[in-house]
Design a protein around this ligand. Sequence first.
Ligand code: 13P
Length: 307
Amino acid sequence: MPLFPMSRLLRHARAHKYAVGYFEAWNLESILAVKDAAEEADSPVILGFNGGFLGNGRRRVAEDIFHYGALGTAIAERARVPAALILNEAARVPLLLQALEAGFNVIMHDHQECSPEESAVINQDLVRAAHAAGAEVEAEIGELPAHDLGTGRATPGEKTDPEAAAAFVRRTGVDALAVAVGNVHMLEGRKAPLDLDLIRTLSRRIEVPLVLHGGTGIEPAALAEAIRLGISKINVGTVLRRAFLLALESYFRTHEAARVDPSEGTSTGGEQDLLAGARRAVTVEVLRLMSLFGSAGMASRFSKEES
Ligand code: 13P
């Protein structure tokens, strides 16, 4: 299937009271793991990578966004379920523009280092470029607190103001809006209480689909309520990376690297394959979340109703 406009997937989700997950990938195994889960669950899905991580200056080797675009589009287009492909949270505008050329059909600017005015101007430009390329833009208004595993503390963040959000959407023409409603990025070990009244107000005021980042640190019951109130996309990252790391650790508890057959351990994809096991661990986590988001079984329904 060709890539689907994300807003089309999200409007169907909003109409039928489920949410489409964006399950953030970081390499081949993780993006395949998400695709595996989407096909197994018959769920629409948003595939993609994080522009802040791929574009950061601390990488040992600079990454080429065209590699990731080619990988993502090939996987999305060959998936048996409808999928969009996002470059999420990139602070560098040139990287976002390159992502459009590389085939991503959604881009999102990371506005943390910008004033609200700068963010509005950047998003106006991104919307122009993206729409001309047949792609879409997600933006954020307000700012999520970010949890630091080391200190156990979170940055203050700033909840989304409904008036400011409505004015921003009108001015920029963005296609989806991420909101700060108590959700916290990268929160493990406890759950963030969501401001459900604010979600209710935002979903009445804002016409474009609403997005909840920080999917790892939200209570299942609060998630269900947020979806009922109008959230139609949920971003998940940390819990998937954790599942991958734990699978690698558990492999080395039972396998001694010097004794594993190198082909079986890395290449054949069987029971002894380290990365095949880690891929499956991510798939299992995504399957759990798709069922929580209510998106399992919705791919066929979307295809029937939208074709
Ligand atoms: P978590 O890492 O908290 O799940 O959040 C992911 C996210 O919001 C990516 O945009």
